[in-house]
Design a protein around this ligand. Structure first.
Ligand code: GUN
Ligand code: FE
Length: 416
């Protein structure tokens, strides 16, 4: 079916480049973007039109790192550093997900909250519970959230959620065999080096190769964590080598944080095609540091953004975009590295993750539509009429659920 969306179109077709089409037309064929027009070509005059009036139509967000079972502990333990926070709050919270009914309630709420906040793509950590992970995937699929979910592997230093090595592997295989969701795919998820034995890491690397699966984990988030990894792997010069050693360091591997990744570690990422996922709110909440995003980008590393719920407290990705901008400004004041502009950070919070998931950048033709419709009329009345680019900037800073009138995911309207 051919249809047209009409409205104020704004997107970032490439990193840092903002394109605005006031009162523009977006042509869809079975949900796939076929063209953007400033005025409608005559040949489409008879097509059905959804007219969003004065509203803004923007690409939806991609949250490329969050922990679904930590949603119940949002805003808790925020005065602790990473390793204490994991032990005092996180593992206990995740232990609740042996309860399938509890998992269903929490994950249904999370999936709905993602969509109503404008997030349609994710790379998510579940817990080490196979059934709860399948429930999570089902709830995301039902709500219209697309992307990747990982059942977490953790067979040491993991308190109430520690697994036996063999069980971790056999449950991972059981989970993979049960994954049959068209838009929510599996990603192997060793939690991080301190929570996985060498034996487990080696077997996961083998599984990734055997079944051609992507991998996600954490890297160089916190100085205590990095010192611990050095003790655990005295043979590895740097943290990343503990993943490389077992075949987990490969094109498309997602590494959250990279706060303390130096030039050599960044180069290893660029060379291998490993992505960095920047989670600014979490980095500040847990006093981890400010990630060197500009340096990562300058060295050719692919970067996307994540909320890192619940180290991060902001599920709404426009807030994560703004946090990334603020963190980059703090870094500029310290180091002189140029901060992220609004179009740059918006690209990282939308197009970058969308591309990771096989989609297009912004409203790129040939890819299913992922978009939000934002009504900024309820925002404070401006002192003069605004250019569309100014309205876009204001929407990135100010929008919340109340302003999001509709959400399109994978070419389908899933809200509004
Ligand atoms: N490193 C290992 N596990 C976690 C987690 O749950 N959150 C964060 N922020 N870092 C981690
Ligand atoms: Fe995390």
């Amino acid at each position: 079916m051919t249809e047209i969306l009409k409205g104020n179109l704004v997107h970032t077709p490439s990193f840092g480049r903002l394109e605005t089409l006031p009162g523009g037309f977006l042509l869809l064929e079975d949900g796939v973007v076929r063209g953007l027009y400033r005025s409608l070509p005559r040949e489409y005059a008879a097509c059905p039109v959804t007219d969003w009036g004065e509203a803004l139509i923007l690409p939806s967000f991609a949250d490329m790192h969050l922990h679904a079972p930590q949603y119940p502990m949002l805003g808790m333990g925020m005065d602790l550093p990473l390793l204490d926070w994991l032990n005092a709050y996180t593992f206990r919270t995740e232990a609740r997900f042996t309860d399938a009914a509890y998992a269903r309630r929490v994950y249904r709420q999370l999936a709905e909250d993602l969509i109503s906040s404008g997030t349609t793509r994710v790379a998510m950590f579940s817990s080490c519970h196979t059934d709860a992970t399948l429930i999570l995937m089902e709830e995301l699929e039902r709500a219209g959230v697309t992307g990747y979910v990982g059942r977490v592997n953790m067979d040491r230093n993991s308190g109430a959620v520690q697994e036996e090595t063999e069980a971790s592997l056999s449950e991972t295989r059981r989970w993979l065999d049960a994954c049959r969701f068209p838009h929510v795919r599996p990603i192997l998820t060793p939690r991080f080096t301190p929570s996985c034995t060498d034996e487990l890491m080696a077997a996961l690397g083998e599984l990734a190769r055997e079944r051609d699966l992507p991998v996600q984990s954490h890297l160089s988030e916190n100085s205590g964590e990095i010192a611990w990894v050095r003790e655990l792997h005295p043979d590895c010069g740097q943290y990343w080598e503990t993943y490389a050693k077992y075949g987990l360091w490969k094109p498309g591997t997602l590494m959250a944080h990279c706060v303390h990744s130096d030039s050599r570690e960044r180069q290893a990422m660029a060379d291998a095609g490993v992505w960095a996922v920047h989670c600014a709110a979490s980095n500040v909440n847990l006093c981890s540091g400010t990630a060197p995003v500009r340096r990562l980008l300058d060295q050719g590393v692919q970067v996307a953004l994540g909320s890192d719920i619940a180290g991060g407290d902001l599920l709404a990705m426009n807030k994560a975009v703004v946090m990334a901008i603020r963190a980059s400004k703090l870094r500029q004041m310290e180091t002189g590295e140029p901060f992220l502009t609004v179009p740059e950070a918006f690209y990282l919070g939308s197009a970058a993750g969308c591309r990771y998931c096989g989609g297009g950048a912004g409203f790129e033709t040939g890819y299913p539509l992922h978009a939000i419709v934002v009504d900024d009329a309820a925002m404070p009345e401006p002192a003069r009429s605004l250019e569309l680019a100014e309205r876009f900037e204001r929407a990135v800073y100010l929008m919340d659920k109340r302003h999001i009138r509709a959400v399109y995911s994978e070419g389908r309207r899933v809200l509004g």
